[in-house]
Design a binder for this molecule. Sequence first.
Ligand code: AMP
Length: 144
Amino acid sequence: MLVKQILKEKSDDGVVTVPPGTTVSATAETLSARRIGAVIVSSDGKTPLGIVSERDIVRELGRRGASCLPEMVDSIMTRELVTCGIDHTADDVMAQMTAGRFRHVPVMEGDEMVGLISIGDVVKARLSELAMEKDALEGMIKGF
Ligand code: AMP
């Protein structure tokens, strides 16, 4: 299955972003309110400057306690983003996630971010592919 098909099946509209300069505490509020595990830091909603996941926040809380909460999220975000394109496959994205040990991959079309794929989206896509393959194989076996 292609990334563009996965994006089409997602019910949410667009990528949740926070602008640079947002505090760690406000970012945690966004993650909680939107029930998501990561946000993209972006000034215009289209150009990703970095990603902050719940793991980054928990790591800082563990290291430094609540003193990190009023700081800017820019100081804890991951700047070197691994991204994918709309014509990549679910298997490509799964391989990126496995190699990089992360669960979120922004989708780019040229310089513009057009979506975000989570590990949950990839697993869901793979399961539906497997179900279709199973039905097709059963159909072939029963046909004989
Ligand atoms: P996650 O498993 O996605 O919650 O993220 C684990 C760590 O990887 C955190 O430090 C994130 O900032 C970082 N991270 C998440 N997604 C990406 C990505 N696509 N490219 C680079 N780093 C990422």
